[in-house]
Ligand binder design. Sequence first.
Ligand code: FES
Length: 156
Amino acid sequence: MSALKNINNEYILDILENQDHTTVTILSSLLSVQDGIGFLPKNAIKVVADFVNVTTNDVWGVASYYLNFRFDPPGKHTIEICWGPSCHVNGASKLQSSVLEKFKLKNQGDTSDGKFTLKFNTCLGACPQAPMISINHKLSGKMNSLKLLKMLDKLK
Ligand code: FES
């Protein structure tokens, strides 16, 4: 993980220059970096500021406003549990409590061994398959606690 903390500026710039969006904003640029690397390394703030032609304060303002941005590398595996309306009425809270208990966490976050990052998502975009989860960006629907815990046990 520590090697990830030293992502060089050229790598970040390459991500920024290859964004899909036609309109490049501070937010879209930060999202691209986080999607590409998994978090916002310290130097990304300056690289984004130069790329969008704003100050580093402008970029920090956006990066620190949105709770979804993280400034440290995530765990090896990222688990997302949707708790949006469709998933909520179809049992998302049971999934949440099962995983929180398994990970010995009180809320979303990283496990102490750095193996997992748990996130609660407001909609994973597949409501008819509720309740939805995502493991390392791979979606699975019609989830239940037993199935989810088995899937987590298989992750190395
Ligand atoms: S509310 Fe869960 S996928 Fe949309």
